[in-house]
Design a protein around this ligand. Structure first.
Ligand code: DGY
Length: 402
């Protein structure tokens, strides 16, 4: 096995807490939902039993209404804020995440988890998708809206800037950040004002019975990942003889995304602020992500051109185009390259792109994100999903070379 493989395995083991994996012992000491989906994929290359347990712990935290919360607080610690006292949802946060858990279920099944075990997961997956379609579509557009910047996982994506202006940063009780001094430079994290707004939204959400409050942004990335998950669930259901409504929901979402968010003029997808009633034209990786839905999807060839012309950097894909005025190469989701985004696109951009991602990690380490021009590692080091997805990309590389 390669050194990269050995290092990645070592990181998963280091971040293993028995039933779940923390994204980083240093910065994120709980179980995050989409991180955990990626972690399960990584574990599947080392230990199928452990991979299955990861997913089962995650699904075990599902709410009665079907939502998979984006954080489960299994242990008490002051090393992360906001904790359960702020969220007010028991042992979990109260928003969800892109349903990477279903992509993980399918990958685990491909890699050899017993069919009867996978079959047992399907009802929970179905309920988690139903939740998104029913509770994250406030205008009935058949697209998915993110109801908090933390819900789609791209916390300070520039698409949220305008909608967040309507959120009062001083409304929430005082809150102390613990994240900023855990990275080399606080400029790699969201600003204090952004954080105050995130916390105001948490309280608004709590006071509204955990239903959409004053932030709802239709999101091409969240919608695309949900469609990919619906298609995966439909395939699993068909193969394992479990009835689901996944293909019907996928068809509706495909149509909604194409009809509502595609812009032929821009050659990319837009976001839509359902509260402020306006389209948002930011040039983020999310705005080209519907190309993951295949060459016959609305705008696919224009998206390829936009990707080529606006997202070219030496180490994979920047989270925001360097041509955008919002681009910041070190600040979290405003420009850096992320291995999970590269992983999504690697299926479409071929072996050379996949190898570029592996080289990025080999040369710079298993960081949370990377400067898209220099490759320098940023955020948290020894990051779980970077390690997990390196294991998956190595396996795909082996498969192609064999
Ligand atoms: C964080 O704490 O930075 C997370 O992204 C919130 O989920």
């Amino acid at each position: 096995m390669s050194r990269l493989h050995d290092l990645a395995s070592e990181i998963l083991q280091e971040n293993d807490r028995g039933r779940f994996t923390v994204p980083s012992g240093h910065l994120y000491p709980h179980q995050w939902a989409w991180d955990s989906g990626f972690a399960a994929i990584g574990w599947a290359h080392l230990d199928l039993q452990r991979a299955s347990l990861e997913l089962e712990t995650l699904l075990g935290g599902q709410w009665d209404d079907g939502r998979i919360p984006h954080i489960q607080f299994h242990e008490d610690t002051k090393e992360y804020a906001p904790g359960p006292d702020v969220w007010g949802g028991g042992r979990s946060s109260t928003i969800s995440n892109p349903p990477v858990w279903t992509l993980a279920a399918e990958r685990l099944s491909e890699l050899g988890v017993d069919e009867s075990r996978v079959k047992g997961w399907l009802p929970a997956l179905e309920r988690s998708h139903k939740f998104l379609s029913e509770h994250r579509d406030p205008l009935g557009w058949n697209c998915i809206a993110t109801c908090h910047p933390w819900e789609n996982g791209q916390d300070n994506c520039p698409a949220w800037d305008q909608p967040l202006e309507a959120v009062d940063p001083e409304e929430a009780p005082p809150f102390e950040r613990v994240d900023k001094d855990r990275v080399e430079d606080a400029a790699q994290r969201p600003t204090d004002t952004q954080y105050k707004r995130y916390i105001t939204l948490v309280y608004r959400f709590r006071n509204n019975g955990f239903k959409i409050a004053n932030f709802a942004v239709y999101d091409p990335f969240f919608t695309t990942v949900t469609i990919l998950a619906e298609v995966a669930l439909a395939r699993l259901g068909e193969r394992l003889g479990v009835e689901t409504e996944a293909s019907q929901r996928a068809a509706k979402l495909r149509k909604g995304l194409a009809d509502r968010l595609w812009s032929a003029d821009l050659g990319r997808y837009r976001y839509y602020d359902a509260i402020g009633e306006r389209y948002l034209d930011t040039l983020t990786i999310g705005s080209v992500s519907p190309m993951l839905l295949g060459a016959d999807f609305q705008g696919a060839s224009a998206l390829k051109t936009t990707l080529k012309e606006c997202f070219q950097t030496p180490f994979g894909l920047p989270s925001v185009s360097p041509q955008s005025p919002d681009f910041d190469p070190v600040c979290y989701w405003r420009g850096p390259t992320w291995v999970n985004i590269n992983w999504f696109f690697s299926r479409f951009l071929g072996a050379e792109f996949r190898d570029k991602t592996l080289k990025l990690v080999e040369r710079n380490g298993f960081w949370e994100y990377f400067h898209p021009v220099t490759g320098k590692g940023l955020g948290a080091d020894r990051f779980t999903w970077t390690a997990a997805l390196v294991l998956d990309l190595l396996d795909l590389q082996k498969g192609v070379k064999a």
